[in-house]
Design a protein around this ligand. Structure first.
Ligand code: NAI
Length: 289
Protein backbone atom coordinates (compact mmCIF):
# COMPACT_ATOMS: atom_id res chain seq x y z
CA UNK A 1 0.00 0.00 0.00
CA UNK A 2 1.18 3.54 -0.76
CA UNK A 3 0.81 5.85 2.23
CA UNK A 4 1.36 9.61 2.37
CA UNK A 5 1.94 11.36 5.67
CA UNK A 6 1.46 15.12 5.73
CA UNK A 7 3.27 16.88 8.57
CA UNK A 8 6.67 15.49 9.57
CA UNK A 9 6.65 16.58 13.21
CA UNK A 10 6.42 14.38 16.29
CA UNK A 11 3.39 12.40 15.12
CA UNK A 12 3.90 12.35 11.36
CA UNK A 13 7.42 10.94 11.75
CA UNK A 14 6.21 8.22 14.12
CA UNK A 15 3.24 7.28 11.93
CA UNK A 16 5.55 7.06 8.89
CA UNK A 17 7.80 4.67 10.82
CA UNK A 18 4.81 2.49 11.80
CA UNK A 19 3.51 2.29 8.21
CA UNK A 20 6.99 1.67 6.76
CA UNK A 21 7.66 -1.08 9.31
CA UNK A 22 4.39 -2.72 8.24
CA UNK A 23 5.71 -2.80 4.66
CA UNK A 24 3.98 0.24 3.18
CA UNK A 25 5.67 2.59 0.74
CA UNK A 26 5.58 5.88 2.63
CA UNK A 27 6.03 9.46 1.45
CA UNK A 28 6.28 12.24 4.02
CA UNK A 29 5.51 15.84 3.13
CA UNK A 30 5.88 19.01 5.18
CA UNK A 31 5.71 22.68 4.23
CA UNK A 32 8.80 23.20 6.36
CA UNK A 33 11.96 21.78 4.77
CA UNK A 34 13.75 21.90 8.10
CA UNK A 35 11.07 19.72 9.69
CA UNK A 36 11.54 17.14 6.92
CA UNK A 37 15.31 17.03 7.48
CA UNK A 38 14.79 16.67 11.24
CA UNK A 39 12.31 13.86 10.65
CA UNK A 40 14.81 12.01 8.47
CA UNK A 41 17.56 12.41 11.09
CA UNK A 42 15.21 11.33 13.89
CA UNK A 43 14.21 8.18 12.01
CA UNK A 44 17.86 7.28 11.41
CA UNK A 45 18.60 7.83 15.09
CA UNK A 46 15.59 5.78 16.28
CA UNK A 47 16.33 2.87 13.94
CA UNK A 48 20.04 2.86 14.86
CA UNK A 49 19.09 2.65 18.55
CA UNK A 50 16.74 -0.28 17.79
CA UNK A 51 19.64 -2.05 16.05
CA UNK A 52 21.98 -1.34 19.00
CA UNK A 53 19.41 -2.78 21.40
CA UNK A 54 19.04 -5.86 19.20
CA UNK A 55 15.34 -5.18 18.57
CA UNK A 56 15.81 -5.09 14.78
CA UNK A 57 18.75 -6.12 12.58
CA UNK A 58 20.59 -4.04 9.99
CA UNK A 59 18.52 -5.55 7.14
CA UNK A 60 15.29 -4.57 8.83
CA UNK A 61 16.65 -1.07 9.40
CA UNK A 62 17.49 -0.65 5.73
CA UNK A 63 14.12 -2.15 4.68
CA UNK A 64 12.25 0.41 6.82
CA UNK A 65 14.49 3.29 5.67
CA UNK A 66 14.02 2.37 2.02
CA UNK A 67 10.25 2.32 2.46
CA UNK A 68 10.27 6.03 3.36
CA UNK A 69 10.84 8.89 0.95
CA UNK A 70 10.48 12.64 1.35
CA UNK A 71 8.15 14.70 -0.85
CA UNK A 72 8.58 18.38 -1.68
CA UNK A 73 5.10 19.15 -2.98
CA UNK A 74 1.56 17.93 -2.42
CA UNK A 75 1.55 16.81 -6.07
CA UNK A 76 4.21 14.18 -5.21
CA UNK A 77 1.55 12.37 -3.15
CA UNK A 78 -0.76 11.73 -6.12
CA UNK A 79 -0.34 7.92 -6.19
CA UNK A 80 -1.24 7.38 -2.53
CA UNK A 81 -3.89 4.87 -1.43
CA UNK A 82 -4.07 6.46 1.99
CA UNK A 83 -3.13 9.98 3.12
CA UNK A 84 -2.68 10.61 6.85
CA UNK A 85 -2.60 14.23 7.91
CA UNK A 86 -0.62 15.15 11.05
CA UNK A 87 -0.25 18.92 10.78
CA UNK A 88 -0.99 21.67 13.31
CA UNK A 89 -4.16 21.18 15.46
CA UNK A 90 -6.16 23.93 13.77
CA UNK A 91 -9.52 23.19 12.16
CA UNK A 92 -9.32 25.88 9.43
CA UNK A 93 -5.80 24.88 8.37
CA UNK A 94 -6.74 21.18 8.31
CA UNK A 95 -9.91 21.88 6.28
CA UNK A 96 -7.95 23.93 3.77
CA UNK A 97 -5.41 21.13 3.38
CA UNK A 98 -8.09 18.44 2.93
CA UNK A 99 -9.86 20.43 0.20
CA UNK A 100 -6.49 20.93 -1.53
CA UNK A 101 -5.38 17.26 -1.32
CA UNK A 102 -8.42 16.14 -3.29
CA UNK A 103 -7.03 17.97 -6.33
CA UNK A 104 -3.98 15.70 -6.38
CA UNK A 105 -5.09 12.21 -5.37
CA UNK A 106 -7.35 9.65 -7.02
CA UNK A 107 -11.08 9.55 -6.14
CA UNK A 108 -10.46 6.27 -4.28
CA UNK A 109 -7.69 7.58 -2.01
CA UNK A 110 -8.69 7.51 1.66
CA UNK A 111 -8.01 10.74 3.57
CA UNK A 112 -7.37 10.48 7.29
CA UNK A 113 -6.68 13.00 10.03
CA UNK A 114 -4.60 12.32 13.14
CA UNK A 115 -6.38 15.15 14.97
CA UNK A 116 -6.52 14.79 18.75
CA UNK A 117 -9.79 16.57 19.23
CA UNK A 118 -11.30 18.23 16.16
CA UNK A 119 -14.53 17.28 14.41
CA UNK A 120 -13.93 14.74 11.64
CA UNK A 121 -17.35 15.67 10.20
CA UNK A 122 -16.21 19.26 9.76
CA UNK A 123 -12.91 18.22 8.14
CA UNK A 124 -14.80 15.79 5.85
CA UNK A 125 -17.25 18.55 4.88
CA UNK A 126 -14.37 20.46 3.26
CA UNK A 127 -14.01 17.60 0.73
CA UNK A 128 -15.95 16.81 -2.41
CA UNK A 129 -15.98 13.15 -1.40
CA UNK A 130 -16.51 13.32 2.39
CA UNK A 131 -17.31 9.59 2.58
CA UNK A 132 -13.57 8.84 2.14
CA UNK A 133 -12.54 10.89 5.20
CA UNK A 134 -11.89 9.30 8.62
CA UNK A 135 -10.01 10.00 11.86
CA UNK A 136 -7.03 7.77 12.72
CA UNK A 137 -5.71 8.95 16.06
CA UNK A 138 -2.31 7.54 16.99
CA UNK A 139 -0.76 8.24 20.38
CA UNK A 140 2.70 9.58 21.09
CA UNK A 141 5.18 7.95 20.44
CA UNK A 142 3.29 6.28 17.59
CA UNK A 143 5.73 3.34 17.14
CA UNK A 144 5.43 2.39 20.83
CA UNK A 145 1.84 3.17 21.79
CA UNK A 146 -0.51 0.28 21.09
CA UNK A 147 -3.85 2.05 20.99
CA UNK A 148 -5.21 3.80 17.90
CA UNK A 149 -8.63 5.48 18.00
CA UNK A 150 -10.51 5.24 14.70
CA UNK A 151 -13.14 7.88 14.26
CA UNK A 152 -15.70 7.59 11.46
CA UNK A 153 -17.53 10.85 10.75
CA UNK A 154 -21.25 10.79 10.00
CA UNK A 155 -20.25 11.02 6.31
CA UNK A 156 -17.66 8.17 6.38
CA UNK A 157 -18.60 5.08 4.34
CA UNK A 158 -18.78 1.65 5.97
CA UNK A 159 -16.23 0.39 3.42
CA UNK A 160 -13.67 3.03 4.45
CA UNK A 161 -14.20 2.27 8.16
CA UNK A 162 -13.79 -1.47 7.52
CA UNK A 163 -10.68 -1.02 5.39
CA UNK A 164 -8.98 1.35 7.83
CA UNK A 165 -9.80 -0.80 10.86
CA UNK A 166 -8.20 -3.83 9.17
CA UNK A 167 -5.21 -1.74 8.01
CA UNK A 168 -4.46 -0.48 11.50
CA UNK A 169 -4.78 -4.00 12.92
CA UNK A 170 -2.36 -5.16 10.19
CA UNK A 171 -0.01 -2.41 11.41
CA UNK A 172 0.00 -4.32 14.75
CA UNK A 173 -2.05 -1.80 16.68
CA UNK A 174 -5.06 -2.19 18.95
CA UNK A 175 -8.09 -0.38 17.60
CA UNK A 176 -10.91 1.44 19.39
CA UNK A 177 -13.63 2.69 17.06
CA UNK A 178 -15.08 5.78 18.71
CA UNK A 179 -17.74 8.37 17.97
CA UNK A 180 -16.81 11.71 16.45
CA UNK A 181 -16.97 13.74 19.66
CA UNK A 182 -14.49 16.34 21.01
CA UNK A 183 -11.29 14.65 22.26
CA UNK A 184 -12.75 11.18 21.50
CA UNK A 185 -12.01 8.89 24.50
CA UNK A 186 -8.43 9.39 25.65
CA UNK A 187 -8.01 13.12 25.12
CA UNK A 188 -11.34 13.78 26.83
CA UNK A 189 -10.52 11.66 29.86
CA UNK A 190 -7.03 13.19 29.97
CA UNK A 191 -8.18 16.84 30.05
CA UNK A 192 -8.78 16.97 33.84
CA UNK A 193 -5.43 15.21 34.43
CA UNK A 194 -3.70 18.24 32.90
CA UNK A 195 -6.07 21.02 33.90
CA UNK A 196 -6.48 19.99 37.54
CA UNK A 197 -2.68 19.69 37.84
CA UNK A 198 -2.32 23.18 36.39
CA UNK A 199 -4.92 24.48 38.85
CA UNK A 200 -3.10 22.82 41.77
CA UNK A 201 0.08 24.60 40.62
CA UNK A 202 -1.72 27.94 40.09
CA UNK A 203 -3.25 27.77 43.58
CA UNK A 204 0.27 27.36 44.98
CA UNK A 205 -0.43 23.91 46.40
CA UNK A 206 2.78 22.42 44.94
CA UNK A 207 5.36 22.97 42.20
CA UNK A 208 5.59 21.06 38.90
CA UNK A 209 8.20 18.57 40.11
CA UNK A 210 6.24 17.73 43.26
CA UNK A 211 2.97 17.25 41.38
CA UNK A 212 4.71 15.03 38.82
CA UNK A 213 6.45 13.03 41.54
CA UNK A 214 3.18 12.54 43.48
CA UNK A 215 1.25 11.27 40.50
CA UNK A 216 4.02 8.89 39.51
CA UNK A 217 4.85 7.60 42.97
CA UNK A 218 1.45 7.59 44.58
CA UNK A 219 -0.83 7.64 41.55
CA UNK A 220 1.11 5.03 39.58
CA UNK A 221 1.20 7.09 36.38
CA UNK A 222 4.17 6.42 34.10
CA UNK A 223 4.68 10.17 33.54
CA UNK A 224 3.55 13.16 35.58
CA UNK A 225 1.22 15.72 33.94
CA UNK A 226 3.90 18.38 33.42
CA UNK A 227 6.44 15.91 32.03
CA UNK A 228 3.73 14.60 29.74
CA UNK A 229 2.67 18.06 28.53
CA UNK A 230 6.35 18.85 27.84
CA UNK A 231 6.62 15.58 25.93
CA UNK A 232 3.46 16.17 23.88
CA UNK A 233 4.28 19.85 23.25
CA UNK A 234 2.52 22.73 25.01
CA UNK A 235 1.34 24.17 21.70
CA UNK A 236 -0.38 20.91 20.75
CA UNK A 237 -1.70 20.19 24.25
CA UNK A 238 -3.04 23.74 24.72
CA UNK A 239 -4.72 23.69 21.29
CA UNK A 240 -6.44 20.41 22.18
CA UNK A 241 -7.70 21.78 25.52
CA UNK A 242 -8.98 24.95 23.86
CA UNK A 243 -10.70 22.95 21.14
CA UNK A 244 -12.37 20.53 23.61
CA UNK A 245 -13.44 23.46 25.86
CA UNK A 246 -14.99 25.32 22.91
CA UNK A 247 -16.59 22.19 21.46
CA UNK A 248 -18.26 21.39 24.80
CA UNK A 249 -19.93 24.83 24.78
CA UNK A 250 -17.41 26.27 27.24
CA UNK A 251 -18.06 23.68 29.93
CA UNK A 252 -15.85 24.88 32.85
CA UNK A 253 -14.66 21.28 33.40
CA UNK A 254 -12.44 21.73 30.34
CA UNK A 255 -11.30 25.33 30.98
CA UNK A 256 -7.76 25.98 29.65
CA UNK A 257 -5.00 27.44 31.85
CA UNK A 258 -3.27 30.82 31.52
CA UNK A 259 -0.03 29.25 32.75
CA UNK A 260 -0.01 26.93 29.75
CA UNK A 261 -1.21 29.66 27.39
CA UNK A 262 1.64 31.98 28.35
CA UNK A 263 4.25 29.21 27.99
CA UNK A 264 2.91 28.46 24.53
CA UNK A 265 2.93 32.15 23.56
CA UNK A 266 6.52 32.41 24.80
CA UNK A 267 7.55 29.48 22.60
CA UNK A 268 8.18 27.22 25.62
CA UNK A 269 6.73 24.14 23.92
CA UNK A 270 8.46 21.56 26.10
CA UNK A 271 11.11 19.03 25.14
CA UNK A 272 10.99 19.88 21.45
CA UNK A 273 11.96 23.52 22.11
CA UNK A 274 14.27 22.76 25.05
CA UNK A 275 12.03 24.45 27.60
CA UNK A 276 8.47 24.06 28.86
CA UNK A 277 7.50 23.52 32.48
CA UNK A 278 11.08 22.34 32.85
CA UNK A 279 14.31 23.74 31.41
CA UNK A 280 15.99 20.82 29.63
CA UNK A 281 19.36 22.60 29.39
CA UNK A 282 19.90 22.33 33.15
CA UNK A 283 19.44 19.65 35.77
CA UNK A 284 15.74 19.07 36.40
CA UNK A 285 14.34 20.25 39.76
CA UNK A 286 13.68 17.75 42.56
CA UNK A 287 10.25 17.37 44.20
CA UNK A 288 9.63 18.95 47.60
CA UNK A 289 9.12 16.02 49.95
P1 NAI B 1 4.30 19.05 15.37
O1 NAI B 1 4.23 20.49 15.66
O2 NAI B 1 5.38 18.22 15.96
O3 NAI B 1 4.34 18.81 13.77
C1 NAI B 1 3.44 19.40 12.87
C2 NAI B 1 4.13 19.52 11.52
O4 NAI B 1 3.17 19.91 10.53
C3 NAI B 1 5.25 20.57 11.49
O5 NAI B 1 6.45 19.97 11.03
C4 NAI B 1 4.74 21.64 10.51
O6 NAI B 1 5.77 22.20 9.73
C5 NAI B 1 3.80 20.82 9.64
N1 NAI B 1 2.74 21.59 8.98
C6 NAI B 1 2.00 22.60 9.51
N2 NAI B 1 1.11 23.02 8.59
C7 NAI B 1 1.29 22.27 7.48
C8 NAI B 1 0.66 22.20 6.21
N3 NAI B 1 -0.35 23.02 5.90
N4 NAI B 1 1.09 21.29 5.31
C9 NAI B 1 2.12 20.44 5.61
N5 NAI B 1 2.76 20.46 6.80
C10 NAI B 1 2.34 21.35 7.73
O7 NAI B 1 2.86 18.46 15.77
P2 NAI B 1 2.48 16.99 16.27
O8 NAI B 1 2.69 16.90 17.73
O9 NAI B 1 3.12 16.00 15.37
O10 NAI B 1 0.89 16.99 16.03
C11 NAI B 1 0.34 16.85 14.72
C12 NAI B 1 -1.12 16.43 14.85
O11 NAI B 1 -1.20 15.20 15.60
C13 NAI B 1 -2.01 17.44 15.58
O12 NAI B 1 -3.29 17.39 15.00
C14 NAI B 1 -2.05 16.89 17.00
O13 NAI B 1 -3.19 17.27 17.71
C15 NAI B 1 -2.05 15.39 16.73
N6 NAI B 1 -1.52 14.56 17.82
C16 NAI B 1 -0.45 14.97 18.58
C17 NAI B 1 0.02 14.17 19.61
C18 NAI B 1 1.21 14.60 20.45
O14 NAI B 1 1.41 13.99 21.51
N7 NAI B 1 2.02 15.56 20.03
C19 NAI B 1 -0.61 12.88 19.93
C20 NAI B 1 -1.67 12.50 19.01
C21 NAI B 1 -2.12 13.35 18.03
Amino acid sequence: MKVAVIGSGTMGSGIAQVAATAGCEVKIYDTNQDALSKSKAALENTLSKLVEKGKIDANEKSRITQNISYAHALGDLSHSDLVIEAIVENADIKRKLFSEIENYVSPETILASNTSSLSIASIAASCEKPERVIGIHFFNPAPLMQLVEIIPAVQTSEAVLKFITQTIIDWKKVVAVVKDTPGFIVNRVARPFYSESLRIYEEGVADFATIDWSLKTIGGFRMGPFELMDFIGNDVNYAVTESVFTAFYFDPRFKPSFTQKRLTEAGFMGKKSGRGYYDYSTELPKPTE
